[in-house]
Design a protein around this ligand. Structure first.
Ligand code: VGL
Ligand code: ZN
Length: 179
């Protein structure tokens, strides 16, 4: 078994002070670092939400979100708590203006990358539990990877109270391990 750590969208705009801040989003930093330092992972991937300025998920284009993670802006940069020199591959997602692009597997080549590296198990952390973490975990399961979702390493938006907890339940019901 080869294991990958997938850090989903741990970016400035999703942390306090950012354009679409996830409550307590920066609090995952210590756990992310601990996992990287654990030596358990053969590959460390960081995804970035990486939208064009006219992305369809932005309110002025009819979407549900304020503008966030516009490609090339400081808000789209990985949070400072992510040790860049320990990240093997950065995967940009959400680049198509017409689709939400919540999942790290959507039009990114991530599946092929993991297969090339012989990965069969992924541990997923990041932001936000109820959107991009959820979608990435469910796609990983669909693609046949064993999935572990690390509670201490995720935070949710909870637009509706309980969304994040429900997302964890969905991942579990689909065969993922929530630890
Ligand atoms: C996300 C809302 C909009 C996420 C991305 O990374 O969970 N959420 N775009
Ligand atoms: Zn987005």
């Amino acid at each position: 078994m080869a294991d990958a750590l997938i850090i989903v969208d741990f970016q400035n705009d999703f942390t306090p002070g950012g354009a679409l801040a996830v409550p307590d989003g920066d609090a995952i930093g210590a756990r992310v670092r601990e996992l990287i330092d654990s030596g358990r992972f053969d590959l460390v991937v960081a995804t970035r939400d990486w939208h064009p300025p006219d992305h369809g998920s932005f309110a002025e284009h009819g979407g549900p979100w304020p503008p966030h993670c516009v490609a090339g802006t400081p808000g789209a940069e990985l949070h400072d708590a992510v040790p860049r020199d320990r990240v093997d591959v950065i995967v940009d997602k959400g680049t198509d203006p017409q689709t939400e692009g919540y999942s790290g597997f959507e039009s990114t080549g991530l599946e092929a990358l993991l297969r090339e590296r012989g990965i069969d198990q992924v541990t997923i952390v990041g932001l936000a539990t109820d959107y991009c973490v959820r979608a990435t975990a469910l796609d990983a399961l669909r693609e046949g990877f064993a999935v572990e979702l690390d509670r201490a390493g995720v935070r949710g938006i909870d637009a509706q109270s309980g969304d994040a907890e429900r997302a964890l339940g969905e991942v579990q019901a689909a065969g993922g391990r929530v630890v």
